[in-house]
Design a protein around this ligand. Structure first.
Ligand code: FVH
Length: 288
């Protein structure tokens, strides 16, 4: 048992992520009840100390703190709508991936039912839960976050973004947007060098430190964007940032230009609007 152990908690959903979250709770000594729609998924964790509830209602009634880790927004409502009376007076932490609007809708639904609500966005894969690098974003009730922070910290670094329940999800999806576009950029580069006999692994060896070093630019871009002055001295101008050479080389290599052309389009829109001498960060205005 750890200093923060002994909290009664129920976990709804024993998919890959729900199981990892529940395992961490059991390991820390919390009195954990689990429920899954399809029977048979709880056997392993029950052997390690959890209690399996026969129904979602039994699980909700077993603990003051209920964690929902289901497939999506619809499944959360499907499971919890019939249980509003049982949930009243309890705390719901929903770490199911939802859109910001869906998170806000669930927070309003919970408030109407007398349920304290905290929304979570998990920035980790199941194998990372409880390990370094795991990060979970929260928004909604500050009181719930403070009360259960020690328990939430068992899963990863917990960061709270404010009372607006949609904020955790908004950050989650915005961060994933950055990640996917970066990965697409890496894929483009790997496709470019492949016809020259360079393997993706060889390319990754050079790309990883380069992309990592480039993240140092984010702070400068943020200062310019927040200041709203793209004419500040020392920035690389949009005209200087033409991606024509990259597009030409991509075509020479016989690969698609879709990824790079999308960025070139953002640059060109600002040049066409007469902002070519201004800094690269101005492409955010093409997105707004
Ligand atoms: N796994 C990951 O890497 C990502 C990391 C980031 C966050 N996501 C989100 O976490 C939620 C759960 O993800 P998961 O990995 O546990 O997902 P699955 O293994 O597919 O398990 C889904 C569970 O949901 C249950 N379920 C689905 N529909 C219903 C329903 N209508 N009623 C009740 N339960 C439902 C399903 O039950 P069953 O199919 O076994 O009966 C699983 O327990 C998710 O939002 C990710 O986006 C994970």
């Amino acid at each position: 048992m750890t200093a923060n152990s002994g909290i009664q908690v129920s976990v709804l959903g024993l998919g890959a992520m729900g199981t990892a979250l529940a395992e961490a709770l059991v390991k820390a000594g919390h009195e954990t009840t689990v429920w899954n729609r399809t029977p048979g998924k709880a056997d392993g964790i029950v052997a390690r100390g959890a209690t399996e509830a026969a129904t979602a209602g039994d699980a909700v009634r077993a603990a003051p703190l209920v964690i929902a880790c289901l497939l999506d927004h619809a499944s959360v409502h499907e499971v919890l709508d019939p249980l509003t009376a049982d949930l009243a007076g309890r705390t719901l932490v929903n770490v199911t991936t939802t859109s910001p609007a869906q998170s806000r809708e669930l927070a309003a639904w919970a408030a109407a039912a007398g349920v304290a609500y905290l929304d979570g966005g998990i920035m980790a894969v199941p194998q990372m839960i409880g390990q370094p690098g795991s990060s979970i974003l929260y928004s909604g009730s500050a009181e719930v976050f403070q009360q259960y922070k020690s328990l939430l910290d068992l899963w990863g670094v917990s960061t709270y973004f404010g009372e607006d329940a949609g904020l955790a999800s908004l950050y989650d999806l915005a961060l994933l947007a950055g990640m996917y576009v970066m990965f697409a950029g890496f894929m483009h580069g790997a496709a470019m060098v492949a016809p020259a006999g360079v393997t993706a692994r060889q390319f990754a060896g050079t790309a990883a430190p380069w992309l990592s070093a480039m993240t140092g630019m984010l702070d400068q871009y943020a200062t310019v964007i927040d200041g709203g002055d793209y004419t500040v001295e020392g920035q690389q101008s949009l005209e200087f940032s033409s991606l024509d050479d990259i597009l030409a080389a991509s075509s020479e290599q016989g690969i698609s230009t879709d990824v790079v052309a999308a960025v070139q389009g953002l640059i060109q829109r600002q040049i066409d609007a007469g902002h070519g001498k201004e800094g690269f960060a101005r492409i955010i205005e093409s997105l707004r």
